[in-house]
Design a protein around this ligand. Sequence first.
Ligand SMILES: Cc1cc2nc3c(=O)[nH]c(=O)nc-3n(C[C@H](O)[C@H](O)[C@H](O)COP(=O)(O)O)c2cc1C
Length: 199
Amino acid sequence: MTILIILAHPNETSFNHAIADRAHKTLSANGHTVIFHDLYKEKFEPALPGEEIQRDVTLPEEIARHCSEAAEADGIIVVHPNWWGMPPALLTGWVDRVMRPGLAYEFVEGDDGEGVPVGLLKAKKAMVFNTSNTYEERENRVFGDPLERIWRDCVFDLCGVKETTRKVFRVIVTSTQEEREAWLHEVEQSITTLFPTEP
Ligand SMILES: Cc1cc2nc3c(=O)[nH]c(=O)nc-3n(C[C@H](O)[C@H](O)[C@H](O)COP(=O)(O)O)c2cc1C
């Protein structure tokens, strides 16, 4: 299978990088083809230009490549920290520019955009890895865990990816080396469960 990994964290020594690296290595060991994007390192431009909102436009080469990779991947993995209950702006910009109508979703004929869209992505499985400094009980009670709805419902389900698995590692700021090693082992296991070894 071809699996797309999208990483959004500015610091190369971050635990997010360690997660993405372990996911990459596990997928490769399982025989999958990996397309890997470190959005900060690549200096991805997140601001959606006005002219790209129109449907049938010629996209910049970099965005066109992101679009075809996302459309054709068999699985999509995103890795990012919880920032204000949201993904980093660079990653929401990636969603804005890459999850395009006609490519990631489509409205049925006669629907001008007010109805329920049909998902178009080929991928049937997505995996989200998040890091956070908030205990689970407080995240759910006080904030309502917005990242769960953003990825599962607002992005992946809408674009046709019906199986989203999410893992949140917390609390990062007080975590020990042993805890982090155990979490990276969990990354390996969940990746292998979702994308098993190719026959
Ligand atoms: C701009 C910013 C906003 C943040 N907002 C939150 C937040 O809303 N909830 C939370 O639990 N942690 C928040 N954090 C903490 C990060 O989630 C935490 O630093 C990160 O998950 C640690 O992972 P890392 O070691 O890979 O950087 C925020 C951090 C930054 C820099």
